[in-house]
Ligand binder design. Structure first.
Ligand SMILES: *Cc1c(COP(=O)(O)O)cnc(C)c1O
Length: 458
């Protein structure tokens, strides 16, 4: 069990508040046992998401001073274009305000209503934008990705034989695009191998289908390829990234993850002039003029600097190392989780940890509440509470897993913070039998997990 030391030192600090258990009991009750309704000031360690919650470097902050705020043709935009060519090998790169904005611009251009879009697993906003464009989203992850206890190097992979079968079944002309999500967020930040990206691209090219890379965690994926695919042991994360992106035609990216900024996104095209023109037309109506795309010039500077910093080998070793350290501590305590850990989060198997709580009393959410009560740690449910109801019958759907996700912000927390998290989980495990399930007392019609009210079941 080894903690990979930070390849940085701390220049600025943000105080966080330690509360008492009694105070937390009041705060979570007032939030109707929904962690989204907590005031962040009352959270000690916030593992709700790794999206937009990272710390920028001194280089990023100082590059912001170089931001060119010209309405059009600003030099910050040209710097981003150059980075797009150098890192990804793509001709055109369009800044947008965040990842879902890229999806909103792109999918209606690719999808004719009724067509299918197949992915190794859609992230929720990507799935939603395929649906809004009239497409039908199909998840096609390899079977190993759904086996939480078993070790497998690349649990995020596309199930290529099934992909070929789906294309044969529906006809290539009815498949609008193939979306490769790297890393595969929805199965736990699990990586996709280069071999799998190659195979998927081969199938797509054989049938003339566009490959879209959903690239939020491009750098973490490159690092896993370096560590786990012998062919790439001596390659740099940048070299690996270039090859990964050669297997796509277009990419969308939330820059709030591996690009190490708090807000921003990208939409890029490798070499399709017609698609590029169509994208430009839509960007101007939704995001703003092409050379800023809904961001300030200074944001573009921080983003471009972040694209390179995210690929630094020592940073990635520390980053993934943090996740592995936390996983090792949980293993020592006998706490079950999606194994091996992915790049941005540990998915604790709350279904196994709290086996007496049925799925419709939300074990993942029960663990969210307990971790907050125990140590002021905020996490989120990735289970039946998130899964929602059957839109037709209103019955509670059962998720394939009952996970509680511990997402770790980039360059924010130290080893001692992770120790607090591991010890809190162990304390909850000790009193697991007395932890109660939850029921919903009020819920909105869509995306209920953000705003529902809950109460413990007696
Ligand atoms: C975060 C994320 C998105 C959406 O990006 P936002 O910046 O939150 O709009 C899309 N795909 C994946 C894989 C993501 O992780």
């Amino acid at each position: 069990m080894r903690y990979m030391p930070e390849p940085f030192k701390i220049k600025m600090v943000e105080p966080i508040r330690m509360t008492t258990r009694e105070e937390r009991e009041g705060f979570i009750r007032d939030a109707y046992y929904n962690a989204f309704a907590l005031s962040a000031d009352n959270v000690y360690i916030d593992l709700q998401t790794d999206s937009g919650t990272g710390a920028m470097s001194d280089a990023q902050w100082s590059s912001m001073m170089r931001g060119d705020e010209s309405y059009s043709g600003g030099r910050s935009y040209y710097r981003l274009l150059e980075a797009g060519k150098e890192i990804f090998g793509y001709d055109y790169i369009q800044p947008v305000h965040q990842g879902r904005a890229a999806e909103k611009v792109l999918f209606p251009l690719l999808v004719t209503p009724g067509q299918y879009v197949i992915s190794n697993m859609f992230f929720d906003t990507t799935r939603a934008h395929v649906g809004l464009a009239g497409g039908r989203a199909i998840d096609c992850v390899c079977p190993e990705g759904l086996d939480s206890g078993a070790y497998y190097d690349f649990k995020g992979n596309m199930d290529v034989p099934r992909l070929e079968a789906l294309i044969a079944e529906h006809g290539a002309e009815n498949v609008a695009a193939i979306v490769m999500t790297i890393t595969n967020n929805s199965v736990g930040g699990q990586p996709v191998s280069m071999a799998n990206m190659r195979e998927t691209a081969r199938v797509a090219r054989e049938h003339g289908i566009v490959v879209v890379i959903d690239a939020a965690r491009y750098a973490e994926n490159a690092y896993f390829i370096k560590e786990r695919e012998p062919e790439f042991a001596d390659a740099t994360p940048l070299e690996i990234t270039r090859e990964m992106f050669s297997y796509g035609d277009v990419f969308t990216m939330s820059a709030k993850k591996d690009a190490l900024v708090n807000m921003g996104g990208l939409l890029a095209v490798r070499e399709d002039a017609e698609l590029t023109e169509a994208i430009k037309t839509r960007v101007i109506s939704f995001e703003g003029y092409l050379t800023y795309g809904g961001l300030s010039g200074r944001d573009l500077e921080a983003l471009t600097t972040g694209l390179y910093e995210g690929l630094d080998h020592d940073y990635l070793r520390y980053r993934v190392g943090q996740m592995q350290y936390l996983a090792d501590r949980l293993t020592a305590y006998g706490i079950p989780f999606q194994n091996p850990v992915g790049g941005h989060a540990v998915f604790v198997d709350a279904g196994k940890m709290l086996p007496h709580i049925p799925y419709d009393q939300f074990p993942g959410q029960a663990l969210v509440v307990e971790l907050y009560l125990e140590a002021g740690i905020r996490t989120c449910d990735i289970g039946s509470y998130l899964m929602d109801r059957d839109p037709e019958t209103g019955a509670q759907l059962r998720a394939p897993f009952e996970f509680t996700r511990l997402a770790v912000p980039r360059r924010v927390y130290t080893q001692a913070h992770l120790d607090v998290v591991a010890d809190a989980l162990a304390a909850v495990q000790e009193r697991a039998a007395s932890v109660k399930g939850y029921q919903i007392t009020w819920e909105p019609k869509v995306l209920r997990h953000f705003t529902s009210h809950l109460k413990p079941v007696d």
